[in-house]
Structures are given as structure tokens and as C-alpha cells.
Design a protein. Sequence first.
Length: 312
Amino acid sequence: MRAVTIREQEVLTDEFPDPVPGAGEVLVRVRAAGLNGADMMQRRGLYPAPAGSPQEIPGLELAGEVQALGPAAERFNLGDRVMAIVGGGAQAELAVVHERQLMEVPAVLDWPAAGGLPEVFTTAHDALVTQAELTSGERLLVHGGAGGVGTAAIQLGRAMGAGVSATVRNRECHAQVAALGATVLDPDDFVEHGPFDVILELVGAPNLPANLQALASEGRITVIGVSAGAKGELNLLALMAKRARIHGSMLRHRPLEDKALTARRVEHDVLPLFESGVLEVPVAQTFALADAAAAYDAFAAGGKLGKIVLTL
């Protein structure tokens, strides 16, 4: 099979042996694989795949058709349309995924949308619902609202009945982000628009002091992105005075049991909202597998709204 690989920070495509599914695993013929910030970090040598996942082939999410079943795999049939988060190896013609991580692709979604769905909507749902316990009527602020997780979080917050605001630096994306259901704010001037009950931090440590100022009493800050920096200062007295809490979340290195649980929650809470038209997957650009280097460069350039997806 052909797959993307990274050598000395250069993105290439190369030939690899076809993977073989083990017990409880499914071989998926990949039709689309989304790019994410983790891929950019892996390209720089900063975010290796967890043990047990392909180390040479990047990619955290995929969608495709079931091509073969390993021993005791019984949740899906040959030819089923499936999608999943994986620890690595998604950007390839074939991938092996444990059946408990797989989800059925909603019939209304094409391959690019399905390939760009699992990582961002699972991450956003886990951060907002499971971690931050966002409820109807609360105020949500999403930093980095034009990215994949940002656009997912805006839509989920709106669907839950929260009032949603989002910071977006690229003015060309403001109208599109607003159309998703958010009040668009300047990234350098959001404090005065608070207080916010939940702040989803996708940018990093430089926002911490202002986040705390903008946070409501008993508010929650959930950190799931640090592209602008991972270290910063936090006024603990201000945190105590607001009876607030700050926590982080990461999906990639969780054990199978945890990943399976997040998949079941998305199946129950999120996927029906695609069928009803409440949610969508904004796809900024698609690239062929052979053009993976151009796709990575497009992601790194920024200024996009939604997902960049490799199609096979």
C-alpha cells in the first residue's frame, strides 16, 4: 500500500506492507483522512505516535470501507462505511482499527466530510460535555474558532443551547464563523465581552491571564491546544477567588477503553445531529494522497476555515 511518511521533517509518500487485522480489529480501505495540529507537531518531531500505533505513518482520523475482519471482530460487515480516531497510520490506503473505536458514517456525509469528522468532533464533545460539563444557557468562548476543532465546538455549543463566542484572527473567516452560530471576537480584545462560563483554549498559554479575567465565577477553562506556547503564568489567587478550575485533555494517548467510550458518546450524542442537519463538517480543501506535502503546507499556512482532508 501507499502511505504518507515523514523523514527529517519532510512529508513524502512511500510503499509499505499491507497491514493485517488482529483479534477484534478491522482492516479499513481508507477513502479520506483529515489533517490535524498533531500532524504538524509530529512533522516537527514533537509528538510521536503512542506505543502500538504505526510510527512511520501519520494521521489521527480516517473514514473508509471495511475490507477485512480480524478474528472475533463482529460489529461491522464487509463494505460498511466506517470512521474512527486512531493513534497513527490514518494517512494510508489501508489501516487497521480496533472495531470498538470505529463508528458508522452517517449516510448524509460524503468521504471528505467523514474523514474530517472523528478527531475534531470527538475532541470538542469530550472537552465541552465530558470535561467542562457545559450546559444549556451557559456562555462558551472558543479560542481559534476557524479551525477544525473550533468549528466543531461552536456547533456543538450552539446545539446544546449555550451562547457561543469565538475568537478568530483571520478577518476573511469572520462571516463564515458567525454563520456557524458564534459571535466573533478579536483575539486581542475578548475580556470585555465576558464573563464566560466555559473557555475552550485551542491556542495556548499566552491566553491564560486574559482567560482568567474573562472567566465567570465557578467557570471552567479546558486546554486542548498549545500551538502558540505551552508555558505561561497563572494567578492562583484569581483562580481561587472565582472558584474556577482549569484542566487539560488529550485523546491520542488514552487506552482503548477510554477511546471506545468517547466513540460511543459521539455515536449517541453527536452523529444524530448530522442526520438532522444541525451539524456539518466544514471542509476547506482536499488533496490527493500523492499531494500530501502540499496539504501539510496548506495547513501550516493557516487562514483556513474548517478541515484539510486527504482523499484516496
